[in-house]
Ligand binder design. Structure first.
Ligand code: FES
Length: 251
């Protein structure tokens, strides 16, 4: 099955970075819609390397019945180590498929596309039609919100990894569950500030979070248990042994 050749791929996954806000995701979805109109016979999906869902394995799950899937990484710059890891992710996903899974091909790096310099030149020329930043930044451009100078009253920080490997292991859903736990427990919300991070290195324990100031590393976090792990740590001073990976300091 893996050697199946076809004129068009059955599915194309546009693979991007999740970014810190909604803009990166919306941009990728917009590009997928535009590409779908140009590739009507293929199914065009999005996938995210980090910080957003669906991850690459989840996007591959959505390619049900496809014989050929093309993964098109929209990464800049192209990182060879990351690309090699993505190929391994695809191999592991396919290994789990009972029927053998589709042929999976990675498209060449976007930055190497022959048309890119010409597109860049066009965009640069269009900039000359745009207004100067004095017009676009607005009259209050010297002002920042007063709140940006206030130090919040949190006693703890949870550094939740949304790096590529944790994302592939379900970290985005875990991050959402952290937000749900804060909303459900006001005492936790007052004391704990969760922050997203990139890779913290022990990826095989992911999804992973480190809670400071104690410096306690928790791994294998899941939607069902992350709230309880954080509540126990912050409100009861107790480290859940089932998820404890490492302590930076002895208590
Ligand atoms: S991606 Fe989370 S620890 Fe590496």
């Amino acid at each position: 099955m893996h050697s199946t050749e076809s004129t068009l791929p059955d599915a194309v996954i546009l693979l991007g970075r999740g970014g810190t806000g909604a803009a990166a995701r919306e941009t990728l979805h917009g590009l997928a819609q535009a590409l779908q109109m140009r590739m009507a016979e293929s199914r065009v999906l999005v996938g995210f390397i980090d910080k957003a869902a669906p991850s690459l394995p989840q996007a591959l799950d959505l390619c049900v019945g496809a014989r050929t899937v093309v993964v098109l990484p929209l990464l800049s710059p192209d990182e060879p180590a990351l690309t090699r890891w993505l190929h391994k992710v695809a191999m592991r996903w396919r290994e789990r498929q009972q029927a053998g899974g589709p042929s999976i091909r990675f498209a060449p790096a976007l930055m190497a596309a022959e048309l890119l310099p010409e597109l860049a030149r066009e965009q640069a020329m269009k900039a000359l039609q745009q207004a100067d930043v004095a017009e676009t930044a607005g009259p209050q451009w010297r002002d920042d919100p007063v709140g940006w100078s206030n130090v919040p009253a949190h006693t703890h920080h949870a550094l939740v990894c949304l790096g590529p490997r944790c994302t592939a292991l379900g970290a985005v859903a875990v991050w959402d569950a952290v937000g749900d736990a804060l909303k459900a427990t006001p005492a936790l919300q007052r004391r704990l500030r969760p922050l997203q991070t990139s890779c913290q290195y022990p990826c095989n324990h992911g999804p992973l979070a480190i809670v400071y100031p104690e410096g306690v590393w928790y791994g294998r976090l899941e939607v069902e248990n992350v709230g309880e792990v954080l509540r126990a740590h912050v409100l009861e001073g107790r480290a859940d042994p089932g998820h404890l990976v490492h302590r930076l300091q002895s208590e």
